[in-house]
Design a protein around this ligand. Structure first.
Ligand code: ATP
Ligand code: MG
Length: 230
């Protein structure tokens, strides 16, 4: 069991290959301090998603180690690791169930008050209330009845409710209208505040607000530093 986590993340010479031939992540090392936000940028196929997948053990590296608060993540239970890591993806796993249930996946026991607060902070109230049965609306398989920006806000509300010390975020690339964009940025600021955040960033605002930027190229970090340095 992983004890209460502060949110220290450390990659030590981590390499991973999907096919045993070409490295998707090659000798990657970096440290993130509790509460820091790090933006991962780089061309398509450069290894950003694979790096984040390694952190929540979607797969394990062939060499190197990943530490959370000094614990090798292979030495702790998967459930205790994942309890401490929130995941916000553009295409969240949505079940063909009520939106209410979809929001509570990380914390089934959450109170209605906590749920309402998470919905507000994620800027999700307006579109949920517009749905035919509000929170009781059954979303279609994979949330087809929601727009990309709405799905991401469901994902943010879910993470806010779970309240983990570490957050993994894959920012949406879809073009959004100005109003939705503003709401999404506000929701992202809410969910990132006070947590260690690793974000695959596509938007300038997110990159600019990050404490540090890591530039990936062919599985390697080729540059790292603050926005003004790069
Ligand atoms: P994008 O910006 O397009 O999301 P990325 O930086 O997230 O790209 P990754 O998805 O980490 O890149 O991919 C890194 C490399 O691993 C690429 O060469 C990709 O083709 C390969 N790859 C990714 N996922 C798989 C998989 N499930 N099976 C085999 N190869 C994969
Ligand atoms: Mg990716």
């Amino acid at each position: 069991e992983l004890p209460k986590v502060e949110g220290h993340v450390c990659f030590e010479n981590v390499s991973f290959s999907y096919d045993g031939k070409r490295a998707a992540v090659a000798d990657v090392s970096f440290t993130v301090k509790p509460g820091e936000t790090v933006a991962l940028v780089g061309a398509t196929g450069s290894g950003k998603s694979t790096t984040l997948g390694l952190l929540h053990r979607a797969f394990d590296p062939q060499s190197g180690r990943i530490l959370v608060d000094g614990h090798d993540i292979r030495d702790v239970t998967l459930s205790s690791l994942r309890r401490n890591i929130g995941v916000v993806f553009q295409e969240p796993m949505l079940f063909a169930r009520e939106i209410d249930e979809n929001l509570r996946v990380g914390r089934p026991d959450a109170s209605d008050e906590d749920l309402a607060r998470a919905i507000d902070r994620a800027q999700a109230r307006e579109f949920i209330e517009r749905m035919p049965e509000g929170l009781d609306t059954v979303v279609g398989e994979r949330g087809r009845s929601l727009s990309g920006g709405e799905r991401q806000r469901v994902s943010i509300a879910r993470a806010l409710l779970k309240d983990p010390p570490i957050l993994i975020l894959d920012e949406a690339t879809s073009a959004l209208d100005a109003g939705t964009e503003t709401k999404l940025q506000q929701a992202l600021q809410e969910v990132m505040a006070g947590r260690t955040t690793l974000v695959i960033a596509h938007r300038l605002a997110t990159i600019r607000n990050a404490d540090r930027i890591m530039v990936f190229e062919q599985g390697r970090i080729v540059e790292a530093g603050g926005f003004d340095e790069l």
